[in-house]
Design a protein around this ligand. Structure first.
Ligand code: GFB
Length: 441
């Protein structure tokens, strides 16, 4: 922020101390926000937590690259508050509009890409965008949608096309306020057919900026854009080192890590050291390795819920899943299985009976206070973090929840054979397997 002498320094110090209102002499350049471009994004409401994590990576890799361009040196990716997701069933919990800091270590994310939690964005807007204004102006909102026909003469081309472009009267959109945030007001709204990777978004943004910028003096203004249905955008290069850097930077929040570590120690007698997992304090210090051993337990991620109906052909019954796990327990000469699942309490009881003679461990918050603190999303993260340290892991076919556990174990240094395993519909017979996407350093 510079030195603390003079009016700018004083002003910066006051911002840091969060003393409001700011003096009129505190311009955006004090915090290096001149010409800042804020990118808001959201994901179709029906998408689950773990696909949203993948969409984040697409956006983070894009924004990190964009930052290298002169015009976008001050770009910031605004993390969309988590809406109440379809899979978060528990009643009586406040599960709407959760910040990313609830789940992730923002300092770690920020060492990869310039991201802001939504509240941080609002603070910057209120301090420097239009101080005192209750509403935040979003210059353009783009709702992305797929082309009806993807291939042109058999070829997939990166392209986009604005279908409609209209001013938003009173800034409102059909279907409610942008990102469910009442203070956002949209200048122009566009439907955009979009096909291609995140890099193509730069062109879309440049076009919008060029339309908004009346003259060179405008270039320093702060501007905000929104990309809606961002899941339409593809990775620039899926699974390359940039993907993995962004993925490694997605460390979970310290609080969730601690809950998982306590549980692993108490219920499964496993610590990082006993599992042969050394995790540096910062993701940047991680190095390739394949020597993690894992705790004295296997982990099974058994996806139930909507999968039982919508993926009946590939999702095992409770009985056939239990048969497969018991076979693994015998093969590894291990007696404990940790079960991560979205099964109903009734299904869980049935599973416990099926594991008669073995030890079945399942994580549940130890009190209502902890349940309120973690919420459904936090409980699911703890499940993932416990599976990440298991001797052997088996997951559900085509579940992104399972895929994120594969990735976590790749980062922690497990062998591929102990990680990339998939439940079969039944023991024996043909079996669809998940793809193997090993880590790239
Ligand atoms: O994460 P997710 O997108 O994975 O959605 P899929 C599944 C959600 O269900 C998780 C809960 O985010 C959790 O809230 N859940 C699933 C679990 N497994 C567990 C578990 O082991 N423990 C806990 N605590 N919670 C997608 C869906 O699911 O599959 C889409 O999001 C769609 O709606 C698609 O159905 C086919 O990839 O498994």
């Amino acid at each position: 922020i510079g030195d603390s002498r003079g009016s700018s320094g004083t002003c910066a110090k006051r911002v840091l101390q969060e003393i409001l209102p700011l003096p009129a002499t505190c311009p955006p350049e004090v915090l290096g926000l001149r010409g800042a471009v804020y990118i808001l994004y959201d994901v179709n409401i029906s998408e689950g937590f773990n696909l949203r994590r993948d969409v984040y990576i697409r956006m983070a890799v894009f924004v990190r690259r964009l930052q290298r361009r002169r015009r976008f040196r001050q770009v910031r990716l605004v993390l969309p508050p988590w809406p109440r997701l379809y899979h978060w069933h528990s009643q009586g919990l406040q599960q709407t509009g959760l910040p990313w800091s609830h789940f992730f270590d923002l300092a770690s994310l920020r060492r990869y890409a310039p991201v802001l939690d939504y509240e941080e964005f609002l603070t910057e807007q209120r301090l420097f965008g239009n101080p005192g204004a209750p509403l935040v102006h979003v210059a353009h909102a783009f709702r992305l949608q797929h082309y009806e026909v993807m291939l042109e003469q058999g070829i997939f081309r990166d392209k986009f096309e604005r279908v409609t472009d209209k001013p938003c009267s009173e800034g409102s959109l059909s279907g409610g306020p942008l990102l469910q945030q009442a203070e956002l007001r949209v200048g122009r709204f566009h439907w955009v057919r979009f096909q291609g990777s995140a890099g193509l978004l730069e062109k879309l943004l440049r076009e919008a900026i060029a339309e908004d910028t009346a003259g060179p003096e405008d270039v320093d203004d702060m501007r905000t854009y929104a990309l809606l249905s961002a899941e339409t955008v593809l990775h620039d290069h899926w699974g390359d080192e940039h993907f993995w850097q962004a993925r490694r930077s997605m460390r979970f929040s310290r609080r969730l890590e601690l809950v998982a570590a306590d549980f692993r120690r108490q219920a499964l007698a496993t610590t990082g050291a006993s599992a042969g997992v050394q995790r540096p304090a910062m993701w940047e210090l991680e190095r390739p390795k394949r020597n993690a051993k894992g705790g004295d337990y296997l982990c099974a991620h058994l996806r139930r819920g909507d999968f039982v109906r919508s993926r009946e052909a590939t999702t095992p019954t409770l009985k056939t899943a239990a048969q497969q796990v018991k076979q693994l327990l015998r093969a590894f000469n291990v007696t404990t299985v940790f079960l991560a699942t979205d099964a109903t309490p009734y299904e869980l009881m049935e599973l416990k009976e099926l594991f008669y003679r073995f030890r079945l461990v399942h994580f549940a918050p130890e009190s209502n206070v902890q349940r309120r603190e973690l919420k459904d999303g936090g409980v699911a993260v703890v499940d993932q973090l416990v599976c990440a340290y298991a001797r052997y892991f088996v997951g559900t076919y085509e579940s992104t929840f399972t895929y994120r556990i594969y990735e976590e174990r790749e980062i922690l240094g497990f062998t591929q054979a102990s990680t990339f395993n998939t439940f079969c519909k039944a023991l024996g017979g043909s079996c669809s397997r998940n793809a193997v996407w090993p880590i790239v350093w």
